[in-house]
Design a protein around this ligand. Structure first.
Ligand code: HEM
Ligand code: HEM
Length: 201
């Protein structure tokens, strides 16, 4: 299958080590594109909410940050849905062979929780702006409303949006920490399975 490339020791370890299956180029592209978009999306969300809710400054910059956050957020949602469809259709490489059973279980739980949060968090934001309603993007067009306007109910969606965005950030922290642990301390092939630019066959 296309996404299951065998890579003899992509970590560069000596011959005789078990072969490590790597993620396909498509799976790796999805992974790193979503990371780059989140690195923009989360700080934009924090800065705009600080300017709007704490400083109460509603100037062009704040409005443009809100528009950017909404537009990028629905873009991330669309990319993650495509990524999830790809994942469900094509599967993933077998677990790195040297992992303990509990490490495999923990990584599966974290990965599926990340997928879940990447869908639920933007959906909650979109539901919030549908309720408010604040669907306009840069004064150019409106996002489709998902539910009928109801300003009071919007607050509950924004609260959940923020709370689960924090959970998402904590999960990412654990995930990146685990990747670093595997690469620098355990020195196994886990990180290299997902790195861009591996040799193709
Ligand atoms: C993966 C995608 C997303 C992430 C990680 C994310 C993250 C965040 C974060 C960290 C905040 C700041 C919370 C705070 O400090 O109060 C925020 C606020 C907000 N987000 Fe998102 N967001 C995403 C998608 C969306 C989408 C798709 C929409 C709407 C279409 C949206 C609408 C909002 C709004 C309106 C606020 C401000 C809420 C308030 O003022 O209380 N977000 N988001
Ligand atoms: C510097 C940041 C990151 C590093 C070093 C990293 C590293 C990795 C590695 C090595 C894997 C493969 C794990 C395995 O072979 O079992 C992986 C998988 C995964 N990563 Fe990341 N990651 C990072 C950021 C992120 C972010 C920001 C997200 C999304 C919020 C994310 C979501 C995922 C998911 C969902 C998988 C599972 C893929 C699948 O099996 O379908 N990662 N990551």
């Amino acid at each position: 299958m296309a996404q299951r490339e065998r890579q003899p020791n992509p970590s560069g370890a000596s011959a005789g080590m078990p072969e490590v299956e790597v993620y396909s180029p498509v799976a790796r592209a999805f992974h790193w594109i979503v990371l780059v978009l989140l690195v923009i999306q989360i700080p934009v969300g924090l800065v705009m909410a600080y300017r709007g809710n704490v400083l109460n400054v509603w100037d062009a910059l704040t409005n443009n940050l809100y528009s950017s956050h909404k537009l990028l957020g629905v873009t991330i949602l669309a990319i993650v849905l495509a990524r999830l469809a790809y994942r469900l259709l094509h599967g993933a490489p077998a677990d790195e062979p040297t992992l303990e059973w509990w490490q495999k279980a923990a990584s599966h739980v974290t990965h599926w929780s990340l997928y879940g949060m990447l869908i639920v968090v933007p959906l909650l934001g979109w539901l919030g702006v549908s309720r408010y309603p604040a669907l306009n993007i840069f004064g150019l067009f409106n996002l489709p409303g998902l539910v009928a306007p109801d300003k009071q109910a919007a607050e509950a969606f924004f609260f959940l949006h923020k709370a689960l965005a924090i959970v998402l950030v904590l999960l990412i922290g654990a995930h990146v920490g685990a990747a670093m642990f595997h690469h620098f301390i355990r020195k196994d092939g886990v990180l290299t399975r997902m790195l861009p630019g591996l040799r193709r066959r």
